[in-house]
Each structure stands twice: as C-alpha cells, then as structure tokens.
Design a protein around this ligand. Structure first.
Ligand SMILES: [Zn+2]
Length: 308
C-alpha cells in the first residue's frame, strides 16, 4: 500500500494566534490534489476557462477536507457562500437551511445547482465548531474576531466588494446581530494583489470617488463617504511613458476598517502580493485567469477543547 502525504502550507495572523479558542489559516496552493491550471490546493468548484471545464469535483472536495484536517478541525462542518463581489453578509446559525457543507461530497451529487448556494461576500457566526470558508485569487481576504462577544467573520474584498463596502457591512452585521463593539474586534488582511501588480481602469477610480455608479447593486448611501475616503490609488509611469493607474485594495480595506472604528493595533496585514508570489498563491492576474482559488478558513473551537 502506498500512502500519499499531501502536506499543506498555510499562514496565520500573529494577533489571532494568541486566542487558543480560534482556528484559522490562509492556505498557499502547495499540497493538495488538483492538477493542471489548478495544480495544488484549489478549493473552487466553479472555475471555467476557454479550454478547461473546471477542476475535478473529487479533487476539490479532497482539498477542502485536507484544509480542515490541517487545522485540526476535520470533524467540523464548513460553511461557504457563492461569492458575487457584493456587500451582503450572511449570518450562520444552527437553524439555517440555506447552505450545506463545504467539504461534504454528497452535497455536490444531490444538489449540483449553484442556486442552492446563498450569494454573499462575508460570513459571520457565534456558533462553535463550524468553519467559515471562502476562496481567493487576488481579492482581499479579511478575517474578524471579537473575543468579548465570541464572534468570528470572514469577508471577500475584490475591487467591487471593496467599493461596495464589504468590510464596513461585516462590522455593521457583527454589531447589529451579536452586539460586537468595533474597538473589541481584531481584523486581519491576508494576501491579495498589491498595487505593484494591480492596474485598474479609470472607471474603477471613478466608482470609488462617486463619479460613477455600478449598473446594479449600487454602493449603499451610508458607505459612500468612507469608500471615497479609504480609496488608495497611485499612478506609475511605465517605461514607454504610459501612465498606469494602480489600486491598493489591501490598503483601501485597511482604511475602511479604521474608518469603522477598528483600532490600528488590532489590524494585522500580511503585506503579501499574490501576483508577485504566484508560485505560492493562486493569482487571477498573475496566471492570466487560468488558475485556482486558495482557501481562507476561520472557526471557533468548542469551549471544552480550549486550552487555558
Ligand atoms: Zn505584486
């Protein structure tokens, strides 16, 4: 018998690692079962390219299970959403019937229709022993933890979600649903594309600045001011003299955290560009759209298992 050891490599935030009741990980693409464009630890089932029809479901499910076992939470159900670059926040409770398990094979056989999956770009919960999982390739992953109210969250901030204020919507939801105070919340900004590699059109800047609006799902009025104030654009002159407009999506999300009352000492940014480090992370830009998605996961352990 041959046993394959597929060892993952993942990062953690220093400030979240001090909390023994938390499990969390930002996974590189290393390890895992996927092949081809998705080689390594791809956790998205819905990728398609002109020449490929997506990753093999069986490999994605094995990768997702590998992610949970790497964090020592293989027995936890893991919840996800259909990420649509909006600013809706889904609250996960034991009563919810809108989503089945991220890592459970039978879900994909019994209910393949993506409509069965809730659309949102952030997840929050106070439930213990349930993992929240989203997948990324350049968009900003943001993790949240309030040790006072024992609430966790995860958000997906690409340029559209960031322009719609997904971070602010997540903090509002933590406040409204669980009574979290912003000054108690810890936030972590995981690897995403950096301004070194993220050229955007002037339309993107116009939307952040309020000079243009999305055709659908416009920016909520209460976030417009903070979206404009947080926006971090720079211009780089290229060798051929062309001006290249760059968005710092990690810095913009950090700005929105600060404008929402999160303390600077509670924010940790890993300051990794996924496109510069495309050997380690799936990068939509870095791999010209032919790539997988890497997972970011957070969970609250059971009280009994917390090491005091
Ligand atoms: Zn870069």
């Amino acid at each position: 018998m041959i046993e394959q050891q597929r060892v993952t490599r993942y990062l953690q935030f220093s400030h979240l690692s001090q909390f023994s009741e938390l499990a969390h990980g930002i996974f590189t693409r290393h390890g895992g079962h996927s092949q081809g464009y998705y080689e390594g630890l791809n956790t998205s089932t819905t990728l398609k390219t002109a020449t490929e029809n997506g990753d093999k479901i069986a490999n994605v499910i094995r990768n997702r299970k590998l992610v949970l076992s790497s964090l020592g939470i293989a027995d936890y159900p893991a919840v996800s959403v259909w990420q649509v670059h909006g600013a809706d926040v889904a609250t996960v409770t034991m009563q919810d019937g809108w989503r089945t398990d991220w890592s459970h094979d039978s879900y994909y056989f019994r209910s393949w229709e993506p409509a069965a999956v809730r659309k949102a770009d952030a997840l929050i919960t106070q439930e213990r022993e349930i993992a929240l999982a989203l997948s990324f390739a350049d968009c900003t992953p943001i993790l949240f933890y309030d040790p006072v109210e024992q609430a966790i969250g995860i958000a997906h901030g690409g340029w559209r979600g960031t322009a719609r204020g997904i971070v602010m919507a997540t903090i509002d939801a933590l406040q409204e649903r669980f009574g979290c105070q912003p000054q108690n919340i810890y936030a972590g900004i995981a690897p995403a594309i950096g301004p070194c590699c993220y050229e955007v059109s002037s339309m993107v800047r116009d939307i952040f600045m309020g000079k243009q609006e999305f055709d659908e799902r416009p920016i909520a009025d209460q976030y417009r001011d903070r979206v404009r104030k947080s926006a971090q654009f720079t211009t780089v002159r290229m060798a051929n003299g062309r001006e290249s407009l760059r968005l710092d999506v990690q810095g913009t999300n950090r700005g929105q955290l600060l404008l929402s009352g999160i303390l600077p000492e509670h924010i940790e940014t890993l300051e990794i560009c996924t496109s510069c480090q495309k050997e380690d992370f799936f990068s939509h830009r870095g791999h010209a759209g032919k790539t997988g998605r890497f997972p970011v996961v957070i969970a609250l352990r059971s009280r009994e298992r917390v090491q005091l």
